[in-house]
Ligand binder design. Structure first.
Ligand code: CP
Length: 296
């Protein structure tokens, strides 16, 4: 990982994922990155990704600079992305970047003198989320292989799902079931690149009892070109206790968060609700990643 950018979940090998899982599970607070500066360049809102990267950097001894909104930068005065990245790469040793445009992180990595980590670019990818997701599965089941996954929700605009599919493709899941409203099916360009065993399912009830992992996503309202199209699908699925009771006792419900209304809050107390634990793993995973890229 040393000195590398991370733009897509497909760039990591299975061995690199497994190395990150081991590193994350053993990582401890240290001053290993003392003297390093991590720039958090978030042109779009974030709670978990921004704050877990900030926490991770500080727990590794690095300093953090950055912003959480482009309105607080000179982009608001008309400065372009390229010039902004040029400046950040002269201040920091690593840029962690979130942007509303697909491909923005790749563009930045071509300009930057320092590695760029994609913290979400439009509807394209969110590769550090998929490391957190797979790490959470690995912590629960000891393996990514041989499990049955159900991905439920907005599979068209969800960048976490794109990255998760590309990350799962490095492993051998038993099956990945894709469940979404017809308007929000996984984009063909994502499916075309996959080797894993996937199938589209129209009704989540058909698969609930088979699943080891139910991965739910929010409808990505901010990506819809037309608010009326969003209104047609906004309440099209909701995980409730009745559904959870149909799942295996050993299964888990995951979600990259934020949640809106797609998981009933009553589910939070069920032993299968794993999404807050999943989010909390973000710090140790991002510590392992920062140490891998910036460490000696
Ligand atoms: N999962 C995720 O990216 O959450 P935030 O948008 O809060 O960073």
């Amino acid at each position: 990982m040393k000195g590398r950018s991370l733009i897509s979940a497909s760039e990591l090998s299975r061995a690199e994922y497994e190395g990150l899982f081991q590193a994350a599970s053993n990582v401890r607070r240290s001053q290993a990155l003392s003297g390093k500066i991590v720039a958090l360049a978030f042109f779009e809102p974030s709670t978990r990704t921004y704050l877990s990267f900030e926490t991770a950097a500080e727990r590794c001894g690095a300093s953090v600079i950055g912003f959480q909104s482009e309105t607080s930068t000179s982009v608001a005065k008309g400065e372009n992305l390229g010039d902004t990245i040029r400046m950040l790469s002269s201040y920091a040793d690593l840029i962690v970047m979130r942007h509303k445009l697909d491909g923005a992180a790749k563009f930045a990595s071509a300009i930057s003198k320092v590695p760029v980590v994609n913290a979400g670019d439009g509807k394209h990818e969110h590769p550090t989320q998929s490391i957190v997701d797979l790490y959470s599965v690995w912590r629960k089941f000891g393996s990514i292989d041989g499990l049955t996954y159900g991905l439920l929700g907005d599979l068209k605009y969800s960048r976490t799902v794109n990255s998760l599919l590309r990350a799962l493709d490095k492993f051998s899941p038993r099956k990945v079931c894709l469940v979404s409203p017809p308007q929000l099916r996984t984009r063909q360009e994502i499916l075309d690149g996959l080797r894993l065993n996937w199938e589209e399912v129209s009704d989540v009830w058909e698969i609930l009892s088979d699943l080891d992992v139910l991965y739910v996503t929010r409808i990505q309202r901010e990506r819809f070109p037309d608010e009326l199209e969003y209104a047609k699908v906004r309440n099209s699925y909701r995980v409730d206790l009745k559904m959870v009771e149909a799942m295996k006792w050993s299964s888990v419900i995951m979600h990259p968060l934020p949640r809106v209304s797609e998981i009933d809050r009553k589910v939070d107390k069920d032993r299968r609700a794993y999404y807050f634990q999943q989010a909390s793993y973000g710090v140790e995973v991002r510590m392992a990643l920062l140490l891998g890229i910036l460490g000696e």
